[in-house]
Each structure stands twice: as C-alpha cells, then as structure tokens.
Design a protein around this ligand. Structure first.
Ligand code: UD1
Ligand code: MG
Length: 491
C-alpha cells in the first residue's frame, strides 16, 4: 500500500451495538469462530495495517469487551459511544479520541465482520488515496441482500447514497448491491459530514451511511467498490450466521494447510483454530479439533477423534482418540486410543500413554510407557521405564497433593498403587498387585502381598453338586490339574 498513507491512518472498529439478534448474555463480538472472538478477528486485521491508531468503539456490555482488548491489543485506543445510537455516532465518538488535528484516512470496519482480510483493506485504501475521493465504500453483490443497506447509484453508475433495508422503497429493495460496512473516509470531511446528519430514519439512529450521501450532496466524490469475494464481508448478526461463517473460515484454514503440505482426510469434520501451527506432512484424520496455541511437528498423525487444546505434538508422533490440554507429546511418541491428558503432562520422545490412561502434571521420560488403564498424577518418571497395567498414582491424601518420583529403567507390576509422596529409584521392580507405601531403592523388588494359600479340595467340600465341583472332578479324573497343584506345593 501507499507508504505515506500509513502514517496518517486510523482504523475504527465498531463494536458498540447491542447485538440483540444473538439472543445472548455474551456480547455479540465476543462470540468465537476459529478460536478467536469476532472482535479478535477484526482487531487482528485492523492491527496489521500499520495504522497510527486502532480505535475499537464499545458501549453495550463494555465490561465484557474492554478487558479482552486491553489484554490482547494494549496499543488500541478504546472509544466509548454515548447514549446516542447508530454507526454514525459510533464513528463520531471514535474521532473524539484521536488528536484534534488528526488528518488523513479513517478506515471503518465492524467487529461483527470477521473474515475481512488485510489485502482487501489495503486495496480499498489504495483505491481511496489514488482516486481523490473523500470516501470509498466497499460493497458486495448478493443473491439475497435482505437486511443490508442497499447501494443506490445514478443512471451512469456512480455512487449516490446508501439506503437501509428498513428505509428502502420496494424498488430499492430489489437492488442486490449492498453496503459491506467497510469504508475509508478523509478525516476532515468525515467530521464535517457527521456533524450535519440527523436521525431521521426508521430506527431513529445516526447512520454512518448517511455521511456518504451528505458528502455527495456537498459535491465531493465518493466511490463504491464491489468486493470480489462476498465471504470477506459477511456480517454476523445471529447464531445461524455465526456457524455459517465459522464453517467457511474453517474450510479456508484447512485448505491453506492442505496447500502447505498437510493431509486432511475430511476437512468438514476437522476444526483448526487460526492460532494453530502445523508442520509438513502432518496427517489429520476425521473428528480432529486443534485449538488455541497447539503446534504439531512434521510427519505426526493426529486423529481420528482427537481434541488438542494448547498442546505441542512432536515430529512423527501419533495421537488417536484423545482429549488433551496444556500438554506436550514428544517426537515419535504414541498416545491413545482413549487417553485423557490434563495440563502439565509432558511425554518424552518415543514414550507411550496408552489406552484408558489419564495423566495430569506428569513428566514421563523418553521411551517410558504407561500403556493401559492407569492414572498418573503429580509424577515424574525417568527414561525407558514401564508402568504396569492398571496402576494408580495415589497423589491425594484427602487434604494435599503429593508427588511420586519413578526413576529410569524401572519395571512396575500390574495393578500397583503408588501412595505419594514416594520414590522408586532407577532399575527397581515392583511386584504385581503391590500397594507401594515406602520408597524403593535402586535395583530392589518391592512386594507387600500376603503369601497365596491354596486350600486343597475346597470346592468339592463346600460346593458339592455344583457345576464348578463337576468341572473340578472331571479335570482331576483326566489328570489335567496335576501340574498346577505341583507348582502350588512349592509356595
Ligand atoms: C450496517 C449498515 C448497513 C450494512 C451492514 C453491513 C448502518 C446504518 N448500516 O447495518 O448499511 O449493510 O452494516 O454489515 O451503518 N454499532 C455501534 N454502535 C451503534 C450501532 C452499531 O458500534 O450504535 C456497531 C455494531 O456493534 C456492529 C456494527 O456497528 O459491529 C454494525 O451494526 P449492526 O447493528 O450490525 O448494523 P447492520 O444492521 O448490520
Ligand atoms: Mg451487522
């Protein structure tokens, strides 16, 4: 874009409306698609223009909106709209927070138009600066223009005015070119025009759209330029539009990753936030949701049916039917199916978190495995250790959480309970069924089971005539139980 324009550019993002059509306790512009609130999308685009001022205008439910802006866009200058309603008044309030001598271009966008991109705005600003117009309006030609303001042109095709749907005549309602709600104005002319317009319309609001007609009446040039891709200017007023625009944005995100070298088997069931990063040759299988600051390394396979929130997946790892948040999965590691990784899980390279395993705040070293039916909470496991099936890390004594530390090359038996705090040193073993209450030194075997006692003939004695007794008798007659009894006598 024209560089001189950047130094004299302010971008106003309108977000003060009531959003009544959402029927929500949450402000309309805070509803999310692709992992960001609608306002977040609008502010991301606004902030990419290199403008001196980015001015979100808020009023309704401002206490639910201002903290988001302050946290993520601390350089934005928030303007508050007063009780006078309408988009024109909103822009007037925005102009009031700019320096009184601000000159240059004022871009106006809406907090409820999330797909508008930087290239379209730059093109609009360029067209504005190069054509000597005092206002440039982005339009769209729609099959169904209902609800939008219509673009009225003269017989030679030049812009005349915008008429809102509610104020339009029957003939004007047939116009399919609509106001996209995206504009570039010259600051001085905008100030003057806004000071001259009233609220004589069906809604009794001060319409920004009337400023354009006012400028035409004063003899200035105003141009209206159609956008080439209507999705870019789709405004969200209700939850039907929220899901439609959300699906289209997701379709485009998937397509961009496919073109960047990611295999996505079924884009319609794969949901990727704008904040996610994917490596080359990642494969995403159906039913995958990648959210927040998730990153996936080259060649990893994720899905089917995986939710990853703020997770890091290493190169070549495999994650199947898993719900994970705030976790890191090492290169070449394997997770799932049916795994639940809670925040603070850190699985090392080539490690395994297997089937029906829940982990939390657990560092599991490289090559270590928790393959089956276990809970690992508040634990540290060294490298190349194996945790037996059905193991519980008992981290909670009813009052406090405690840590367990398992060394490297440890082998723990099936169905163990590790009563934290506890330490099992390098190379130690634990026997199946052990409740480990005392720490185990390096190389020791821990077992705390009472010796097994087999009572000979108990079934025939106590359950005579039962099916079990008959089966036992038959086995004894054929001699097949002899070997087991011989072994037992060694105990
Ligand atoms: C507006 C336009 C319409 C256009 C459509 C495109 C006007 C009068 N109409 O209609 O021509 O086709 O957008 O999407 O401008 N807002 C404020 N303060 C207010 C009222 C609204 O900041 O007092 C904000 C809203 O939060 C929203 C934006 O302005 O982000 C547009 O408001 P909305 O009520 O959605 O206007 P539309 O009826 O869609
Ligand atoms: Mg709207």
């Amino acid at each position: 874009m024209t560089k001189t324009g950047e130094q004299h550019l302010a971008v106003v993002v309108l977000a003060a409306g009531a959003g009544t059509r959402m029927k929500s306790n949450k402000p309309k512009v805070m509803h999310e698609i692709a992992g960001l609130p609608l306002l977040g999308h609008a502010l991301a685009t606004a902030s990419s223009l290199g403008a001196s001022y980015v001015v979100p205008v808020i009023r309704h439910q401002k206490d639910s909106i201002a903290p988001y802006i302050e946290a993520f866009y601390p350089n934005a200058t928030i303007a508050e709209q007063d009780q006078i309603p309408g988009t024109g008044r909103a822009v007037e309030c925005a102009l009031e927070v700019l320096p009184a001598d601000f000159k240059g271009a004022v871009v106006v966008t809406s907090g409820d138009v999330p797909m508008l991109d930087v290239a379209t705005l730059e093109g609009l600003i360029d067209a504005h600066l190069s054509n000597g117009c005092v206002a440039t309006i982005l339009t769209a030609v729609l099959d169904d223009p209902s609800g939008y303001g219509r673009i009225v042109r003269t017989s030679d095709g030049s812009f005349l005015r915008i008429i809102e749907h509610r104020d339009a005549t029957k003939k004007q309602l047939d116009i399919r070119e609509v106001n996209a709600g995206v504009y570039v104005f010259d600051a001085d002319h905008l100030r003057t025009a806004l000071s001259r317009i009233g609220t004589h319309n069906a809604q009794g609001e001060k319409y920004l759209t009337d400023a354009a007609a006012e400028l035409i009446q004063e003899g200035f040039d105003v141009q209206a330029i159609p956008v080439t891709d209507n999705w870019l200017v789709a405004g969200i007023n209700d939850r039907v539009q929220l899901s439609e625009v959300g699906a289209e944005l997701n379709r485009r995100i998937c397509e961009a990753w496919q073109l960047a070298g990611v295999t996505i088997l079924d884009p319609s069931s794969t949901w990727i936030d704008v904040t996610v990063q994917l490596g080359q040759d990642v494969t995403l299988l159906p039913g995958t949701y990648l959210k927040g600051l998730t990153t996936i390394g080259e060649g990893a396979t994720v899905g089917p049916e995986v939710v990853l929130v703020d997770c890091k997946v290493g190169e070549g790892a495999s994650v199947v039917k898993t719900h994970a948040s705030g976790s890191s999965i090492g290169a070449g590691a394997s997770v799932g199916p049916y795994a639940y990784l809670r925040p603070g899980t850190d699985l090392g390279a080539e490690g395994k978190i297997g089937t029906f395993v829940e982990t939390k705040n657990a560092k599991i070293g490289a090559g270590s495995k928790v393959p089956h039916l276990s809970y690992v909470g508040d634990a540290e496991i060294g490298v190349e250790s194996n945790i037996g099936a059905g193991t519980i890390f008992a981290n909670y004594d009813g009052v406090k959480k405690h840590r367990s530390v398992i060394g490297s090359h440890v082998r723990t038996g099936s169905h163990n309970v590790f009563v934290a705090p506890i330490e099992i040193a390098d190379g130690a073993y634990t026997a199946a069924g052990t409740v480990v209450r005392k720490s185990v030194a390096a190389g020791d075997l821990a077992m705390n089971l009472a010796p097994q006692r087999n009572i000979a003939g108990w079934v025939l004695d106590k359950r005579p005539g039962s099916a079990a007794a008959a089966a036992a008798q038959a086995a004894q007659a054929s001699g097949s139980s002899q070997k087991a009894s011989d072994q037992d006598s060694n105990n």
